[in-house]
Design a protein around this ligand. Structure first.
Ligand SMILES: [Zn+2]
Ligand SMILES: [Zn+2]
Length: 145
């Protein structure tokens, strides 16, 4: 078996932050990319969050030596995972809530090793999108302004 010959869909997704202090593999299916324009994601990423996602149990942290979690004071039931060394945005998860939400984790798609084989499937919380940002009409969205 030749590992380098696998198509993106056959390859195990993997990724890391800019400095490599946080790296991961996904041992299971990942979803297509959603652009979250909510104000929290906008401020946290500095633009918007383009994220894929997987079952929490399928995410294997190869290295988490610099991984930290930010819990927003006004919404302590969610957490943003980032690298405290390079500042890279990596994960988002629900920490308290319905099992179907707690059991999944969002992964910032830009941290994936290319080719990802994914496409941008939808945009959400468009109401919160920054006014300078031209939204892509080809990407279905909700929360229209
Ligand atoms: Zn880093
Ligand atoms: Zn968001």
């Amino acid at each position: 078996m030749n590992e380098s010959a696998g198509s993106p869909s056959e390859r195990r997704p993997s990724g890391h932050c800019l400095c490599g202090g946080v790296s991961y593999e996904v041992h299971g299916p990942i979803r297509q990319v959603w652009n979250c324009h909510c104000w929290r994601c906008r401020r946290w990423t500095g633009h918007f969050m383009a994220a894929t996602g997987c079952q929490s149990s399928d995410l294997r942290l190869v290295s988490d030596s610099t991984l930290s979690w930010h819990h927003p004071a006004d919404d302590p039931n969610v957490a943003y995972g980032f690298c405290r060394e390079c500042g890279g945005s990596l994960f988002w998860k629900v920490t308290e809530g319905p099992p179907d939400q707690v059991d999944t984790i969002a992964i910032c798609a830009g941290t994936l090793d290319p080719p990802t084989g994914l496409h941008t499937e939808r945009a959400i919380f468009l109401d919160d999108a920054a006014d300078y940002h031209p939204l892509d009409p080809a990407v279905p969205g909700w929360g229209q302004q």
